[in-house]
Design a protein around this ligand. Structure first.
Ligand code: MSP
Length: 520
């Protein structure tokens, strides 16, 4: 049986339209999921929306809806997310909404169990709360009444609430992180989390809100005067979405998650609270948590009020889906912050896509048409001392091996540079071997070797780029005359040289990525 691979994204708040940050996590997870499927894993890729809490309640009011109409509001926003994911070719297996009945039931079962086991207790709470971040802060963390995260004013709270005995698990968690070095990635994020855990005593997590202050949430099963704190509610999706608690057989077949991806701003919620929530119930932590960086715009954090939010739908309409997917994963090492600019986007489009890969395909197919009547030539033997053709085959195999190592680590830049090494070498091979001279000199066999090598390189490139640019990969596949879809080809085919049958009819169509001319 194929080994499973369970990967998750955070659940996005539905108080605003999806922007570049949301699309970044989606594209990263989709690329890994696509690669894992090619590599033969049984993938379960889950994403969804976070629909409860004060933030959503306020957004509903701002949208002109009254109390009790929150569901109507969230129902009106969710299709925007789904439409964008479709536009971006995000092939998820399940979309979970925190307002789904099975999720609500799971959260209540989670709470009930923790309460029965006396891991939850009630006490008076006095402290600070940040509504936009949906986060509680202690007096020391927020001495000046300003949110340490988003720098907005905090709300002072003084009320009775239910708490999870988080502090009891601090030592266990520190030991766990120390003895599982691959649990939090990248390494510097693990050090940050450890640094925090070693320097501050965890306060017990407040997991409820009294209905007298906020009603839009999941009712606490053992006290009808309360709703569940939105983070406690939302984190449980990773379990409820795979069967907890009704189908524990299915849950056990997918948990622990293999990879949970999120932005750096919410790593603590995942690496600390989520893991402790699970541990309190005797469930093991996910295998890995990866926190990616943030996209900034002209050095500033993107925000609606600053009017500098990059709209993924607009980028896709302007430049196409694959260039957008490619740019986000290539421009910045996954895990680091990145600066977004349309100029950088266009520069990369023209150099990596129009020039490198686009030209390689178009030149190769033009020559196959011109010299071999549009068919992949048959090669007799490489006995022309053509070392360069061998080098390309070796480079293609190397790129596939690099990719197999890089993708489980979400090292997209490394995976892509391996593929681009093959592309550059192949383009250089055209310059060095001068097929037009070979044709003139009637060196048919050597010419056949050159063209076959280029076509084969493109076949392996198509398999490699499929994870990142599925549509482009399929276009190359079809133009090479390969049958079926590149999606159904096992990744190992990228390591096997010679799979393109001589005589295959290739068919050139328009340029993959027409150059973008910059208007001065
Ligand atoms: N609802 C919570 C997550 C609950 S998970 C159980 C949430 N939602 S969010 O919509 O605010 O953010 C979702 C993700 O988008 C986070 O991983 C966040 O880091 C990411 N991004 C939001 N803006 C971003 C950028 N400008 N750049 C990159 N990613 C950022 O938090």
């Amino acid at each position: 049986m194929a080994k499973k691979y369970y990967i998750t994204t955070p659940l996005y708040y539905v108080n605003a339209k999806p922007h570049i940050g949301h699309s970044y996590t989606q594209i990263a997870c989709d690329s890994v999921a696509r690669f894992m499927r090619q590599a033969g894993r049984e993938v379960f890729f889950m994403t969804g929306t976070d629909e409860h809490g004060e933030k959503i309640e306020q957004a509903a009011i701002a949208a002109g809806l009254g109390a009790g109409e929150e569901q109507k509001f969230v129902d009106s926003i969710v299709p925007d997310f789904k439409a964008l994911w479709m536009k971006l070719n995000i092939k998820y297996d399940h979309f979970i909404r925190t307002t789904d009945a099975y999720h609500v039931k799971a959260v209540q079962a989670f709470l009930e169990k923790l309460y029965r086991e006396e891991k939850i207790y009630k006490k008076n709470y006095s402290g600070w709360f940040c509504t936009p971040c949906e986060t509680f802060w202690t007096q020391t963390q927020a001495a000046d009444g300003i949110c340490p995260e988003c720098k907005r004013p905090l709300e002072k709270l003084d009320e009775a609430n239910y708490f999870l005995k988080t502090s009891e698990y601090q030592k266990w968690l520190i030991d766990y992180i120390n003895s599982n070095p691959d649990f939090i990635k990248p390494d510097f994020r693990r050090n940050e989390v450890l640094g925090f855990l070693n320097s501050e005593t965890l306060t017990d997590l407040c997991i409820t809100r009294p209905k007298s202050r906020m009603r839009w949430g999941i009712e606490v099963p053992f006290d009808k005067e309360y709703v569940t704190y939105v983070w406690f509610d939302a984190l449980i999706n990773y379990a409820s979405g795979i069967g907890y608690p009704d189908d524990m057989k299915r849950f056990a077949s997918l948990w622990p998650a293999d990879m949970q991806v999120m932005g750096k701003d919410i790593i603590r919620h995942h690496a600390i609270y989520w893991v402790i929530m699970l541990h309190a119930l005797g469930i093991e932590p996910p295998k890995a948590i990866f926190a990616h960086g943030w996209w900034v715009f002209k050095g500033e954090k993107m925000s609606k009020s600053k009017g500098n939010v990059v709209d993924p739908a607009e980028m896709v309409s302007k430049y196409g889906v694959d260039p957008y997917r490619y740019f986000l994963l290539k421009e910045v090492q996954f895990g680091m912050d990145g600066a977004f600019s349309e100029e950088a986007f266009i520069a990369r489009f023209n150099s990596d896509l129009a020039n490198d890969i686009g030209n390689l395909l178009s030149r190769t197919l033009t020559m196959a048409e011109k010299y071999f009547a549009g068919r992949a030539p048959a090669i007799a033997r490489n006995d022309f001392g053509n070392k360069k053709a061998e080098e390309i085959a070796a480079e293609a195999a190397k790129a596939a091996i690099v990719m197999e190592e890089a993708m489980p680590d979400l090292n997209f830049t490394l995976a892509l540079s391996g593929i681009w090494n093959v592309i550059s070498l192949a383009n250089k091979f055209i310059e060095d071997s001068k097929p037009w001279v070979l044709a003139k000199e009637n060196k048919q066999d050597e010419l056949a070797l050159v063209i076959y090598t280029l076509l084969e390189a493109l076949r392996t490139i198509a398999i490699g780029i499929y994870s990142f640019m599925p549509e482009t990969a399929q276009k190359i596949w079809a133009q090479l005359g390969m049958e079926g879809s590149v999606e159904s080809v096992p990744f190992s085919d990228a390591k096997t040289w010679g799979k393109l049958t001589p005589g295959t009819k290739v068919s050139k169509s328009g340029p993959l990525f027409p150059r973008i001319e910059i208007k001065k």
